[in-house]
Design a binder for this molecule. Structure first.
Ligand code: TYM
Length: 339
């Protein structure tokens, strides 16, 4: 079998479930903008079909999808350079997901920790869609033959499953069709933690709004949340090692590094020895400087939702043009008549 070389193509997605936060920005959006600037063909998706694996009020979903699109654009995604669209407009995602439902094994799906976390004790009452969620995610990626997927650390297991699905399909049908997609989990902020508890991930579902910085927060709110962030009484160390036992301090340093485009070592070289009473205001200034323009731009874009809808429809057309032939070829490989 000859080795097929796949041209580099980036794909990533974010759920439009509201409360877009600093973790989404540093772990995902900011890095998407970087990959776009590197000139790699990039496809970014508002995964509304993933969102409805748990209940969504229709009006809230509509609003959150448009607001997320505004968040992408305000974070530097240029819809004329990258492809920006919402998942439900490109039917090939769900068509490919069905194929992968038949490739993935129950045992693989049962190992997914995110399902266990999300379904909680009431797994019998979770939707079938929530269980199958990672197969749809594999479809999102592989229906474009994407080679690189920038994500935060919490998505690692889903991307390993994506690789397993691609491998099994290629093996079962004796083809070298789907690429081995690489997760890109890089930088200081692949796992931004809660501002109230350094052992918990910053999350849109945390009941405390003080635990996260939302991309819609104004400057005063951002500064107040950083001022009130949990820390310890020690000053910042001058090197990384001691941060291992100080999760809250480490989180704030990581956030600073990612916002400033510096390494953790560089941040500590500058701020090591300072008490939090000095470091927090510096971090608040930096966060406001980087995030306030995004929030302002999001509000401006949200004044014209018709324009956002036009951008998403145009993005969907471009996405479909890539996905349709790949789905067709998949069907041909499988023996579907008419494909
Ligand atoms: P979602 O919507 O939960 O999160 C979107 C992106 O933000 C990252 N992220 C974080 N990064 C750092 N620190 C945090 N605290 C933090 N919280 C969230 C996530 O890792 C993700 O990159 N299943 C995905 C959506 C998805 C997808 C895909 C992603 C569907 N299909 C295909 C990539 C490729 C999810 O629920 O992300």
């Amino acid at each position: 079998m000859t080795e097929v070389v796949h041209t580099p193509r980036v794909f990533s997605g974010i759920q439009p479930t509201g409360n877009l936060h600093l973790g989404n920005y540093l772990g995902a959006l900011k890095r998407f903008a970087d990959s776009q600037e590197e000139g790699i063909e990039s496809i970014f998706c508002m995964v509304d079909l993933h969102a409805v694996t748990v209940w969504q009020e229709p009006d809230d979903l509509r609003h959150a999808t448009r607001e997320l699109a505004a968040g992408f654009i305000a974070s530097g995604i240029d819809p004329t350079k990258s492809i920006l669209f919402n998942q439900s407009q490109v039917a090939e995602h769900t068509q490919m997901a069905w194929v992968f439902n038949c490739v993935a094994r129950m045992g693989w799906m049962k190992r997914m920790t995110q399902f266990k976390d999300k379904a909680g004790k009431n797994a019998e009452n979770a939707s079938l869609g929530l269980f199958g969620y990672p197969a749809l995610m594999a479809a999102d990626i592989l229906v474009y033959h994407a080679t690189h997927v920038p994500v935060g650390e919490d998505q690692k297991q889903h991307l390993e499953l994506t690789q397993e699905i691609a491998r099994k399909f290629n093996h079962d049908f004796e083809v070298d069709f789907f690429p081995e997609t690489q997760p890109v989990i890089e930088g200081a902020a692949t796992r931004v933690m809660s501002l109230r508890d350094g052992s918990k991930k910053m999350s849109k579902s945390d009941p405390s709004d003080m635990s996260r910085i939302n991309l819609t927060d104004d400057a005063d709110t951002i500064a107040r949340k950083i001022r009130k962030a949990k820390t310890d009484p020690e000053p910042l160390p001058s090197e990384k090692g001691p941060l291992d036992d100080r999760p809250e301090a480490r989180n704030l340093v990581n956030i600073y590094a990612a916002l400033a485009d510096l390494s953790v070592d560089q941040v500590l070289a500058e701020h090591g020895g300072k008490p939090f009473s000095e470091f927090k205001p510096a971090l608040a200034d930096l966060a406001v400087d980087r995030l306030a323009p995004i929030s302002t731009e999001m509000s401006r874009l949200m004044e014209d939702v018709a324009e956002i809808d036009r951008i998403l429809a145009a993005g969907a057309d471009r996405a479909r043009a890539i996905a349709a032939p790949i789905l067709k070829k998949t069907y041909q490989i499988m023996g579907m008549v008419g494909a």
